[in-house]
Write a protein that binds this ligand. Sequence first.
Ligand code: HSE
Length: 433
Amino acid sequence: MSVVNIGLIGAGTVGCGVIKILNQNKEIIKNRTGLTLNLKKIADNDPGRKRPVKLPKKKLTSDAWDVINDDSIDIVIELVGGTTIAKDFVLEAIKNGKHVITANKALLAHHGKTIFGEAAKKGVEVGFEASVGGGIPIIKSTQESYAANNILSIHGIMNGTSNYILSTMTEHGYEFEDALKEAQEKGYAEADPSFDIDGVDAAHKLSILIMLSFGTFLDFDKIHVEGIRNITSLDIAYADELGYQIKLLSIAKSREQGLEAGVYPTLVKKGTQLADVSGAFNAIYVVGDAVGPTMLYGMGAGMMPTASAVVSDVIHVAKHLSLGNTHPAMPHPYKSKGNSSLIKTSEISTKYYLRFQAADIPGILGNITSCLGKNNISIESVIQKSRHLGGGDVPIVIMTHEAKEKNLVSALKEISKFKAITGKTNFIRIEEL
Ligand code: HSE
């Protein structure tokens, strides 16, 4: 085989980046693979739309099935997104014996087991480097470079939109809504930002890394997911005063009892690598038993970084094709060393940041702390500021020692019934890396 024929479905931002890279780096790619990569067909439901690259008219079709059913196409790139029609495209392409490259994290998080299973049956590859961390090479690192390790933990900033918003709130003291508005104006957040700010996108990515690192396809709906809508400028200011930054982290930890996994806002110590990741950047901090702590950092989204990851998969598959030796999809299912059943969030233990809003009356601090004590929660430090919330209310900020989440939830439920508690209590988990 000297030419590999590629079909692209979805000529949006990333699709155009793929076209651009395949053109501008044609020679480099040929040298690396020994093959000519021929982009044979491009399907898009709006072929006439204005784009940053020229689409060759004779290759264009508005019908994705023209690509999927073309016998001469070896590799199909799916950049449509979503979990409905994209699933049909991917499964049908696999059925037709094509290798598939996708950036679609939602699809893999919800239907990965089916897709990898079908690909394994057909002996075709599924490349998904672009599905997590955009241009960051986390997928191949996990599949190859960390392969000798028992992975102990993953902590990722895997949603650039949320990280941009939290960074803006930290830098300028903005409230969430203002930071979101700015992110939308600058093109970092979509008109409907819910997948990003509610942690869903980060959870899709986390579930893919869990599948690779811990050998388990989690039931996506069981992953604990919280977004950043409830983070206030007050929390960011207190976190800063206490030496922390607030980050939306995707977390997976291998424990004796199983796997702790979740996406939620987290206090991380200032000066640590993850705390220093700001703006729209992503970073993934992985600890393996042999390699120790490592961190990969880069652009988690955008036309060229994401296209870089897509084309890396094309090259990966093309190299195998040139050797006449494809590597069916994934070595799955396999048994990881540890227990990979999901631990309920109520059973996790960590340190907490708590912010109460209370009427400044004698005894309220004592009542709060004794309720925490009664629930087996030990206090590390307390900050009570003077009245500046209006109406005689004060913020009371408490940092706890490590405590069980279900004890904390019980304590907060009791405390919320105190007459002197005048606003919503915010609690944020603390991660010590
Ligand atoms: N919307 C994502 C982010 C990029 O903000 O990081 C694509 O996954």
